[in-house]
Ligand binder design. Structure first.
Ligand SMILES: [Zn+2]
Length: 433
């Protein structure tokens, strides 16, 4: 399976699938269609069932059940086809370092780019394995082409080996995860799964079931603008000064991203725009504990109210929008999807780890929408920049873990409910190969 997995990864990584924020269309860029259409034709050639690519760029397919048991849950596996807009992704040249010798990897197209195992212990431990990097001028896009290649290779393997017993498996390749629009237009009734996993993580053994809960706050400060020449007489009130006051009043110790780690949340002023008459500050608020997140919102509102009281002539508003929620808030109620993933990891001879992610995943949204979706490792490292790499053997481990996992669901999951299916969908999903 190694060569196929590697060949697939390299083939997909070469396609520029960068996503763009605020594009107003899905997918946000045409390059994502190129990969989606390629995957669609490959899935058809492999003999997958119900292959469909919709007008918003969601590619779905089914691997029909091989188990005769009637009640095995429908498990979906997801990976996103887009790559991050943070760094150049034009003309990606994946380089394979077979049986890597353990020395710093100098990227040939920009020799200042050196991936040094002294700085990355997760690279150092991969000595002797097969590493793929970019060439120095682009990112690699292992996030999440690794996940895409693993799911495609898994599909090929399962379709060629009907003796492996599993329930119905749904595959989903989606656009625009990196610009936080990955799940915006996914129809969960169309996906028709009881439980799901994203393959969008790094280190072998990682099973992530806790993410941040996230809100955005927009503070708008309206001042009084006059000609600066007679501002004293005409009573100028400068919104910029008020914005500065607000930022200074916001403590940084233990509550900003730069001073927090692990399970500590933060209030982060991410963007400021405006002038004398009107200034807007956008904050992002993060905490693993959703109740604590709400308190952070209250704290910010309190600071705004204080500023308003001190300057009655200004008009200050603070509007808080929910972005996503910690998937653990739901998964804790039934840990079956997590415990089976742990078992699938242990069957590889690895001890599972579950760091609480300081961010969100597509699964945060899905879980909140009712489809339990932990995130599994895919073997990519240091993503979103030129010094990114994947370890082929770690992608293989991820593939093997998925095989274990689907068989465990077949053996052990009787009675698990997860997200209920619509009747017609349920009947269709249960139809066997
Ligand atoms: Zn990703």
């Amino acid at each position: 399976m190694t060569d196929t997995l590697l060949a697939r990864f390299v083939r997909y990584a070469r396609i520029n699938t960068v996503s763009r924020p605020d594009a107003g269309q899905s997918p946000s860029t045409p390059g994502q269609w190129d990969l989606l259409r390629l995957l669609e034709s490959e899935l058809r050639a492999l003999g997958a069932a119900d292959v469909s690519l919709d007008e918003n760029g969601y590619l779905l397919a089914t691997i029909p059940a091989t188990s005769a048991k009637p009640s095995v849950p429908v498990v979906a596996l997801l990976a996103h086809v887009d790559t991050a807009p943070d760094f150049n992704s034009e003309n990606i040249k994946p380089l394979v370092h077979k049986k890597w010798n353990g020395r710093p990897i100098v990227l040939p197209d920009d020799k200042r780019q050196v991936i040094d195992p002294a700085r990355f212990p997760e690279l150092a431990r991969a000595k002797g394995q097969d590493i793929v990097t970019a060439s120095g001028l682009t990112l690699l896009g292992g996030d999440d082409k690794a996940g895409v290649a693993i799911i495609m290779t898994l599909a090929a393997h399962l379709l060629a080996h009907p003796e492996i017993k599993h329930g119905p498996v749904r595959l989903c390749f989606n656009p625009d995860e990196e610009v936080a629009a990955g799940m915006d237009r996914l129809d969960l009734d169309q996906l028709a799964a009881n439980v799901a996993y994203t393959l969008d993580g790094d280190n072998p053994g990682e099973v992530v079931w806790e993410t941040f809960s996230a809100d955005q706050a927009v503070v708008t400060i309206e001042g009084v603008s006059t000609h600066p020449g007679d501002a004293k007489k005409s009573g100028m009130l400068n919104a910029l000064h008020l914005a500065a006051k607000l930022l200074v009043a916001l403590p940084r110790e233990n509550i900003s991203p730069e001073t927090t780690d692990l399970r500590e949340g933060y209030i982060h002023p991410a963007r400021i725009e405006g002038g004398v008459d009107r200034t807007t500050i956008k904050f992002i608020l993060r905490d693993h504990n959703t109740a604590e997140l709400k308190l952070k919102g209250e704290r910010l509102r309190g600071l705004c109210a204080g500023l308003q009281a001190a300057e009655p002539r200004a008009k200050i508003t603070c509007v808080i929008h929910e972005q996503y929620r910690n998937m653990g808030d739901w998964l804790r109620q039934d840990m079956t999807p997590v415990h089976l993933a742990y078992e699938a990891v242990r069957a590889l001879g690895l001890e599972p780890t579950s760091p609480a992610t300081r961010g969100g995943t597509d699964g945060s949204r899905l879980t909140q929408m009712g489809l339990p979706t932990p995130n599994l490792f895919a073997g990519y490292h240091n993503p979103h920049g030129p010094q990114e790499w994947v370890v082929v053997q770690e992608m293989e481990q991820s593939l093997q873990m998925c095989l274990n996992l689907l068989q465990l669901w077949e053996q052990k999951s009787n009675g698990y409910k997860g997200r209920p299916l619509k009747k017609k969908r349920a009947a269709k999903a249960r139809r066997r190969a």
